[in-house]
Design a protein around this ligand. Structure first.
Ligand SMILES: [Fe+2]
Length: 359
């Protein structure tokens, strides 16, 4: 088998490539978007076909290459169903097994705690522990639904019960270490070895770490496999998507369903409503798109963080007030309008055709 441990030195992230030289099938774990050309070259060099691009979780410190790899190779992207990344092809559940090549199996072990949807992968004698278990450490548990208690339970009950000589390949290492094993972590990991659940929680609650630099950009992008949501939808629609197991519906299906439940208005009507006043305009694109041009006075609330941030916007405190939502082409804003309706806003309109039609 081909096994490569790749490193992104900007974010200290490890990416793994597993491939079979005979059947030519390959799998990436936690690819980073800035290295997509390197990955394509690696695949090309050995004439490999990428079957899956797997994520251990929705990362806060880097953007995944999953969506780009899907676009360029036709691979399926997969992330835990608990991550809110509904455009991934496969919504992973605990215990799932990814089969590739000639009987190779990658088993999913739920290791929630770093984030609510964090998982680890076990292939042969190798554990890919993402940001759950690090060499001599573990992932932080203070955002994205993290829980120190859950992480302690997952590591001690699910990972430390694996055979002692299972190799541990982490999602990051900040000191240049590559690999460890279960015995070493169980007996030497300073955060966990000999520590009670309470002691571990106490340690984790007092780390006082700053937020990762990329969190506001990376988390929303990673929910769309590292792409802009419209791009992600276009790619999925273009590709003749076979129905994956446990799929929650393609992005295009979801937009179509949302459009049944919300009210769309044309650009002409939107302009009229804005001219009349008494309506708040919300731009649900990403910050970079907003900066490149937006409707005057529009409030920026990217769709990926809408649920978390809308409550803090003073202008939107009155849920009966009229809101006009737009994105680039009208897909994301349909989903955002539906989300706002679900949150109790009862006068939400979405601009058909989005900012492209507006411009
Ligand atoms: Fe992480």
């Amino acid at each position: 088998m081909i096994f490569k441990q790749l490193f992104d030195d900007a974010t200290w992230t490890y990416t793994y490539l597993i491939a079979d030289p005979k059947t030519k099938e390959a799998v990436f774990i936690d690819p980073v978007n800035t290295h997509v050309d390197d990955y394509l070259k690696l695949l090309d060099d050995d004439e490999l076909t990428l079957k899956y691009s797997l994520e251990t979780h929705v990362h806060a410190d880097h953007i995944t290459a999953g969506g780009l790899l899907r676009q360029k190779t036709g691979a399926q992207t997969a992330v835990s169903s608990l991550c809110g990344a509904e455009t991934a092809d496969i919504q992973i559940e605990d215990g799932d097994v990814f089969e590739f090549a000639d009987g190779e199996k990658i088993k999913v072990i739920s290791t929630a705690g770093h984030t609510a949807g964090s998982i680890s992968f076990l292939w042969r004698d190798r554990l890919f522990s993402g940001d759950s278990l690090f060499i001599g450490g573990c992932g932080r548990t203070d955002f994205q639904g993290g829980s120190a208690g859950d992480l302690y339970d997952a590591i001690t009950q699910r990972l430390f019960t694996l055979p002692d000589d299972t190799l541990v390949y982490p999602g990051h290492d900040y000191q240049g270490r590559w690999v460890s094993n279960i015995h070493q972590e169980r007996t030497n990991n300073p955060r966990l070895s000999g520590k009670s659940r309470e002691e571990f929680i106490e340690i984790m609650e007092n780390l006082n770490l700053p937020n990762p630099k990329l969190i506001d950009e990376a988390v929303p992008a990673n929910r769309y496999c590292g792409l802009d949501e419209d791009e992600c939808q276009d790619a999925m629609v273009r590709r003749d998507l076979k129905l994956p197991k446990r799929n929650m519906g393609t992005a295009a299906d979801k937009v179509a369903a949302a459009k049944q439940q919300i009210t769309e208005v044309t650009v002409e009507i939107a302009k009229q409503l804005i001219a009349e006043g008494n309506i708040n305009v919300v731009d649900v694109r990403e910050g970079g798109e907003y900066e490149a041009g937006h409707i005057e006075d529009a409030i920026l609330l990217p769709r990926g963080v809408l649920e978390f941030k809308v409550g803090g916007v003073v202008q939107l405190a009155d849920k009966s007030g009229a809101i006009l939502v737009y994105c680039r082409t009208g897909g994301r804003s349909a989903l955002a309008a539906q989300t706002l309706q679900d949150l109790g806003y009862n006068n939400v309109l979405s601009v058909a055709g989005g900012f492209e039609a507006w411009s």
